[in-house]
Design a protein around this ligand. Sequence first.
Ligand SMILES: [Zn+2]
Length: 142
Amino acid sequence: MITDDLIKRATAFHGHLGPFLIIGLRIGLLAREKLKPKEIHSIKAIVKTKLRTPYSCIIDGIQVSSLCTLGKNNISVLESDILEAIFETETDKIKIRVKEEIINKIISLKLKRDSPEMIKFSEDIKNLKDLELFEIEIKEIV
Ligand SMILES: [Zn+2]
């Protein structure tokens, strides 16, 4: 579950609140909830994103919530036109892709950083259901 405390910590780390940061937080939380890594080094992530803001803000959200961080060397980022994260433990794998309609919606709103509209829209993103935001694929690794 995404808590206000987690959002506060992510905002402090990233520097501002925004919808892509919230999406990143939710991706990391979802991955941990589904894969249940035994400890901090038993999960790794590959994030696919355009390597420019606001898309890349997702990376910081994922780092704050997923246990996968640059400093632990268990996250890597690939340039891509899609927005997706793949997480792996020894036994399971999950692919979480942000729905294109969500990305298009965010971009089309042209929200200004720190505006009340951006705060409000970030709140909306926080409250959407997983399946409204993401396409999710879970696999067992044999
Ligand atoms: Zn940002």
